[in-house]
Ligand binder design. Structure first.
Ligand code: BEZ
Length: 233
C-alpha cells in the first residue's frame, strides 16, 4: 500500500500555512480574507505543460482579479528554480500568441512538501516527488468550495476554471444552482438543489419560474446582471 496523505474536502476550512513565495512570504488563507483564491499546484518548473499553464494563468490574471480572485501557485521546487523558470518564460517562450509573459502572482516553494501533503497534492500513483495538477477554489471566508485534479500529463482547461469561479459566485449571490454546462446568461436552477419542497411551493405562484416538474425549476438570469454582481465584489 502506497503512503496516503489526508486532503481537505469541499466545505472544509482551507488548511493554514505560511510559505515562502516568489512574491515574499504569505500566510494562507489569512492574507486573502475577503477574496476568492485559486490555489493550484503544478508538477515541476521547466516542464512544457506547466509552462503552457503558467503562461495562461498569467495572461488571465487580470480577468480573475476583476472578479475578486487571486492566484497562488505551488510546486515542490525551490525558490531559485521558480525565479529562473519564470524569467525564462518571460524572456524566451512564445506560445499561442502569448509572449513576454510576466508571472506576477505568488509561486510557493515547497521543497519539504509540507504544504502539498497538507492539501493532498502528492498522489503516489502519479509521482512521489511531484505534485499533481490540483486546483482549490477558496472563498472569501477561507472555505474550500471546489476541488479539481488533473494528472501530470494533461494541462488544465482555463475556460472551465473561470466558469466554475463565476458559477460559485453566481450561486452565492443569487441563491441558485447552476446546471450542466452553465454559462452566464443561461437559465439557473431555483431553488438550489436539495431543497425541492420549496420549488414545489413556488411552482404555482412564481411566474418567473419554469418548472419542468416539482424538483426541476429554472429561471432566467441576465448575463449583464451576473457580471454586474460578480465584478463589483
Ligand atoms: C509537464 O509539465 O510537461 C510535465 C511535468 C511533469 C510530468 C509530465 C509533464
Amino acid at each position: 500500500m502506497e503512503e496516503n496523505f489526508s486532503m481537505p474536502r469541499i466545505g472544509d476550512e482551507a488548511p493554514e500555512f505560511s510559505a515562502v513565495t516568489t512574491q515574499g512570504t504569505i500566510n494562507f488563507p489569512k492574507d486573502y480574507e475577503g477574496k476568492w483564491v485559486i490555489f493550484f499546484s503544478h508538477p515541476a518548473d521547466f516542464t512544457p505543460v506547466c509552462t503552457s499553464e503558467f503562461m495562461t494563468f498569467a495572461s488571465m490574471e487580470n480577468q480573475f482579479k476583476e472578479v475578486n480572485c487571486d492566484l497562488v501557485g505551488l510546486s515542490v521546487d525551490g525558490l531559485y528554480s521558480h525565479i529562473a523558470w519564470l524569467r525564462s518564460i518571460k524572456e524566451k517562450i512564445e506560445y499561442k500568441g502569448m509572449k513576454d509573459v510576466e508571472v506576477k502572482f505568488p509561486l510557493i516553494e515547497d521543497i519539504t512538501m509540507e504544504v502539498s501533503k497538507k492539501y493532498g497534492m502528492i498522489m503516489s500513483g502519479e509521482s512521489n516527488t511531484k505534485a499533481v495538477r490540483a486546483v482549490f477554489f477558496v472563498d472569501p471566508k477561507g472555505i474550500i468550495r471546489t476541488i479539481i485534479y488533473y494528472p501530470l500529463s494533461i494541462g488544465r482547461n482555463f475556460d472551465e476554471l473561470y466558469r466554475v469561479l463565476i458559477a460559485l459566485q453566481t450561486a452565492d449571490a443569487f441563491e441558485v444552482a447552476c446546471p450542466a454546462d452553465w454559462r452566464p446568461g443561461d437559465d439557473v436552477i431555483v431553488p438550489p438543489a436539495g431543497s425541492c419542497g420549496v420549488a414545489k411551493e413556488r411552482m404555482d405562484d412564481d411566474s418567473e419560474l419554469d418548472c419542468k416538474d416539482w424538483y426541476f425549476c429554472t429561471k432566467k438570469l441576465d448575463k449583464d446582471l451576473v457580471f454586474k454582481t460578480v465584478l463589483k465584489k
